[in-house]
Design a protein around this ligand. Structure first.
Ligand code: SF4
Length: 294
């Protein structure tokens, strides 16, 4: 929910200092989150940031909003529950590529197809950083890592292509070295009604090498001005261009959200009647409910 009070980016900084390695791309993403929340005029006490496990999943602790550093791959079901229980809140799920596409891949599928009204910010460093440099779902094929010393035998996943194919209604790509651009994308993701997926390529300098920033920056280009964001095929084509790292909004469509559908079901079931009490709800399970103490 947006607010009357004016906040600046510093108001969203918590007292906790990030423990990321110097030069980690996640610093750029964190700065963008502070600025985007301020630009979007989000009340800190009406904003919730939920994460899984990994280097980037430490982010909720660094932001002065409500936060939940949960379990491996479990940011999205928790964020979904928060949004359904308290629709007025701004809910942002964050985490890394391993967290979101490997162990959390099933939740990614369901949050996207349901069009849950949340933002999902994936910090993509193409490696498992916290566990010391093993290949993850977005590690390029052939790359040598701690777990693939002769080269990664697996084809890598493009998170944006995946999100579009799963049914996300808003998909964008950013680069952590472009704080201004990433800030604008986070603000647009928050404003989107439905499941907004933002993949921010965020170099891991410790396990992917010091040159990552330079190499990625050289490949960055903006989404072409004539790109049709309503076309999944056009968005998939941009994702597939390996010679570029195309940043900006790739895909943007409107379709019913999970929250809207749930409200509609509730209205059909309940109409103007008062919500049932807990006892009345338990009775619907059968004559033995609710059980009384022996
Ligand atoms: Fe960042 Fe990599 Fe260090 Fe993790 S290991 S904090 S991703 S640089």
């Amino acid at each position: 929910m947006s607010c009357e009070a004016v906040y600046n980016a510093n108001d969203y900084k918590s007292d906790l200092k990030p423990v990321w390695c110097p030069g980690c791309g996640d610093f750029g993403v964190l700065t963008s989150v502070y600025r985007a929340l301020a630009e979007s005029r989000r009340e800190p006490h009406e904003t919730v940031i939920v994460s899984g496990i990994g280097c980037s999943s430490r982010l909720p602790g660094y932001v002065e909003t409500y936060g939940f550093n949960s379990l491996h791959g479990r940011a999205l079901p928790i964020a979904t529950g928060v949004k359904l229980a308290a629709p007025a809140l701004t809910v942002v799920a964050v985490g890394g590529d391993g967290d979101g596409i490997a162990i959390g891949g099933n939740h990614f599928l369901h949050a996207a197809r349901r069009n849950v009204d949340i933002t999902y910010l994936m910090m993509d460093n193409e490696i498992y950083g916290l566990t010391k440099g093993q290949a993850g779902p977005t590690t390029p094929a052939g790359d040598k890592t701690k777990s693939t010393t002769y080269g990664n035998p697996d084809a890598s996943v493009d998170p944006c292509r995946l999100a579009i194919s799963l049914g996300a209604s808003w998909v964008a790509r950013g680069f952590s070295g472009d704080v201004k651009g990433t800030t604008a994308l986070i603000a647009r993701a928050i404003a989107h009604r439905g499941f907004a997926f933002l993949n921010v390529v965020s170099p891991c300098v410790t396990w992917r090498g010091d040159d990552q920033h330079k190499e990625l920056r050289a490949k960055v280009r903006s989404v072409p001005a004539d790109h049709d964001t309503a076309s999944a095929e056009a968005a998939q084509r941009l994702c597939g261009e390996s010679e570029h790292l195309t940043v900006g909004v790739l895909y943007d469509v409107e379709r019913p959200t999970l929250l809207g559908e749930m409200m509609s079901i509730r209205w059909r079931a309940q109409g103007d009647a008062a919500p049932p009490t807990r006892t009345e709800m338990l009775r619907t399970f059968g004559a033995g409910f609710p059980r009384t103490s022996p």
